[in-house]
Design a protein around this ligand. Structure first.
Ligand SMILES: Nc1ncnc2c1ncn2[C@@H]1O[C@H](COP(=O)(O)OP(=O)(O)OP(=O)(O)O)[C@@H](O)[C@H]1O
Ligand SMILES: [Mg+2]
Length: 230
């Protein structure tokens, strides 16, 4: 579904991603583990089109998307939840979530909202509240729910667990597993290997812009946990 070949990303003289090959199959949850500065966000941002790639190919469902602006990539079916909590602070929780679903018909939007409320019950309780008034963990969930609300075929989650209490990590994990049950592919980055290894099937360990280890999550567990303590 997503295929990345020989991807390079540089910022001036800094090489952030150096020749990465990575595939995400339909319905697969793929994990990218790496410490601070490994290049995880650079890779995700290259897929959604927020940074320019210096070299390499990114194809989605067989189509070369490298030349498309990020909104066109979203229309192809790629959902994106950036690192850190990014909400529209003065907009209500419900409007924030559904801002990811503006292309869908009202009935489909309502169906999406109900599904997301099942995963994250607090969304219903806080739906009319301004998102900026929520706790950090809740804002993160709103941002993730927004990425899910558009009905993506592939969801990019950049460090969804960052700074969150275990209760929120469990809710996000359950939601990701639910996405998989619905056949949605997920590419997620994390520094927190332990909870992330539970929800992915395949993983890659990234360091200094390169993939050092790849395999099924049970095969890379040791290498992924070692990366947490760098
Ligand atoms: N806009 C930028 N300009 C210059 N250098 C950058 C920029 N963004 C990232 N870098 C550098 O590129 C490298 C990879 O950064 P990146 O943010 O992709 O890593 P990361 O794995 O997402 O790290 P983190 O876990 O801290 O989010 C780092 O050396 C970083 O300092
Ligand atoms: Mg990052």
């Amino acid at each position: 579904m997503l295929s990345i070949r020989d991807l390079h990303v540089s910022y001036g003289g800094t090489r952030a991603v150096e020749g990465i090959d990575l595939d995400v199959g339909a319905g697969e949850t793929v994990l990218l583990i790496g410490a601070n500065g490994a290049g995880k966000s650079s890779l995700i941002n290259a897929v959604i089109g927020l940074v320019r790639t210096a070299r390499g190919r990114v194809t989605f469902e067989g189509r070369d998307i490298a030349g498309l602006p990020s909104d066109a990539r979203a229309r192809c079916g790629i959902g994106y939840s950036p690192e850190g909590r990014r909400v529209f602070p003065s907009m209500s929780v419900k409007d924030n979530v559904l801002s990811g679903a503006v292309r869908l018909a009202p009935r489909e939007q309502a169906r999406r909202w109900e599904g997301l409320v099942d995963s994250f019950p607090f969304l219903a309780e806080r739906q009319a509240q301004a998102a900026g008034e929520l706790s950090g963990g809740q804002q993160q969930l709103v941002a993730i729910a927004r990425a899910m609300s558009g009905g993506p075929k592939l969801l990019l989650l950049d460090e969804p667990f960052l700074g969150l209490a275990p209760v929120w990590i469990r809710q996000i994990s359950a939601a990701v597993q639910r996405m998989r049950d619905e056949g949605i592919a997920v590419l997620m980055t994390e520094q927190m290997a332990r909870p992330a290894l539970r929800i992915a099937q395949v993983g890659h360990v990234m360091r200094s812009g390169q993939i050092r280890r790849s395999g099924r999550t049970e095969e890379i567990r040791g290498a992924a946990l070692a990366e947490e303590y760098l």
